[in-house]
Design a protein around this ligand. Sequence first.
Ligand code: HEC
Length: 157
Amino acid sequence: MKDGKTLSRWPVFVALVMLLVFTVIFLVEFAASTGAELERPTPAALDAAAYLDEVLPLLAEADPERGAALVEKYNCIACHRMGAVNDIAPPFAGLAERAALRRPPLRPEAYVYESITHPTAYVVDGFSPAMPQNYPDLLTGRDLGDIIAYLLSPDAY
Ligand code: HEC
């Protein structure tokens, strides 16, 4: 009698264990998806609205001064040498004007966003596709917004 009862509770027990397992998996995935890490964005079709949904919120409260410190921290300036023209990478100086002309109809902020998150989508004439591709894994959304704000400011060099 006792054994029979224990046996009949098995399905309930299994269901509870499975519920627990799925809850844990869900919570872990949820925590991972809402972390500070930036989602790796997918390349957008080239139109005037491309990337704006992603980049405008990043720029809303961006701090270009922090962005200036970040291009040093992430060593962007190893290739993009401050103020200097070289054949490794284009200088950041004057990017605010050039960004609008690089890849029309992309807006300047969309172009700079794409350059950092999808460096191979467009390669500046005269340079090789040497830009590291793992910045979306390293930068938070806030970092990216601050860097873009700095690069589009007149202070970029
Ligand atoms: C290993 C060298 C290297 C590093 C480090 C590097 N880049 Fe670049 N970057 C390049 C090269 C080469 C190009 C030009 C070719 C291309 O368009 O991909 C480029 C292009 C760009 C452009 C487009 C510039 C233009 O004039 O159109 C932007 C914006 C940019 N990089 C931002 C960054 C930022 C921000 C970082 C740091 C978080 C960074 N890069 C780090 C090599 C580098």
